[in-house]
Design a protein around this ligand. Structure first.
Ligand code: GDP
Length: 327
């Protein structure tokens, strides 16, 4: 592959070249990894920046519908919008497929939009790296907004929040006045909580749910990276395309404030450090995945379980045999 040519085409914003570049970074072949690294290095010099928006919500809450309407609203304003996904379920059995073009029909045909489903990898760490690199490619290709979608389960929110400038949590109207068992940690990650489906019969419930969350958010510790009034909860209807412009204005207000206060670049710098440490951890852990290391681990594990070695000594021995520790 001609990396020079590919890099120029990406910089020209060619979507097919962008798709090919993402396929390259998703490949785990050794030569592809090297080409990918070269490509990313070249594109870094362009110093283009998008607003990276993370979006999380349980299946059925309306993520695809929201991305379709919100994304189309932005492209109508002349912005270029890329949609990526972090899918924690490797098997993808049942449930929704993230970043599925057939569920974002209008946006997928929009010349100012680019949609890419989650790479299929078993490791969330692998998906995280591919997605981060894809974000960088989209920025180099001149996209103004990168939406990163994920499902509200487990670790995937953290992964997405750590690569986003803004984090949106999409919720459905609750039946009662209970907070829908949203984990505190996820709520603390959110910059804007959007109560979707605020239309028709669900409108009253959405308004109530929004008030509940506004109350709950006020009880959270004020974060230094936020101006007065944030994080905040709002109602929207993705289906009727209602409240989307207001939501976008709030996101811009927050982003502008953070840029001026230095938190925008600060957050990206912290994220870069976070990902460096994650990469390092993962690289070290992968040293345990080789057949030799596994065999040695089984052998030492057996010795420990039979009382021939202590766990600490056996662990040290394994590190020595991996060349990670001197005798
Ligand atoms: P996802 O699984 O989170 O991507 O959710 P979808 O976007 O596929 O939406 C799930 C269902 O909720 C679909 O039947 C949508 O039509 C419906 N839905 C999404 N947004 C809205 C909304 O704003 N109002 C109403 N009434 N229904 C919606």
């Amino acid at each position: 592959m001609n990396i020079d040519q590919l890099s120029n085409q990406v910089l020209d914003g060619e979507r097919r070249a962008l798709a090919r570049a993402i396929t390259l970074i998703e490949s785990s072949r050794g030569d592809h990894r090297m080409q990918a690294a070269e490509l990313l290095e070249r594109l870094k010099g362009a110093r283009r920046q998008a607003i990276r928006i993370g979006l999380s919500g349980t299946p059925g809450v309306g993520k695809s519908t929201f991305i379709e309407s919100f994304g189309s609203m932005l492209t109508a304003q002349g912005l270029r919008v890329a949609v990526l996904a972090v899918d924690p379920s490797s098997a993808r059995s049942g449930g929704s497929i993230l970043g599925d073009k057939t569920r974002m029909d209008r946006l997928s045909r929009d010349p100012n939009a680019f949609i890419r489903p989650s790479p299929s990898q078993t490791h969330l760490g692998g998906v995280a790296r591919r997605t981060r690199e894809a974000v960088a490619l989209c920025e180099a290709a001149g996209f103004n907004v990168v939406l990163i979608e994920t499902v509200g389960v487990g670790q995937s929110e953290t992964v997405v929040a750590e690569m986003s400038d803004l984090f949106l949590l999409l919720l459905a109207p609750a039946g009662g006045d209970e907070l829908q068992g949203v984990k505190r940690g996820i709520m603390e990650m959110a910059d804007v909580i959007l109560i979707n489906k605020a239309d028709g019969d669900l409108k009253a419930a959405a308004t109530r749910t929004c008030a509940d969350y506004s109350g709950a958010l006020r009880l959270l510790r004020k974060r230094p990276q936020d101006p007065e009034g944030f994080p905040k909860a709002m109602t929207v209807s993705a289906l009727e395309e209602d409240g989307l412009q207001t939501a976008w204005s709030e996101m811009q207000t927050l982003t502008d404030w953070r840029r001026e206060a230095g938190f925008f670049d600060g957050r990206r710098a912290d994220q870069a450090r976070y990902w460096f440490e994650q990469e390092l951890r993962q690289a070290l852990l992968s040293r345990l995945e080789t057949p030799e290391a596994r065999a040695e681990m089984t052998r030492l594990g057996q010795a420990v379980s039979e009382g021939h070695a202590t766990p600490a000594v056996a662990a040290q021995q394994l590190l020595v045999s991996l060349g990670l520790k001197d005798r």
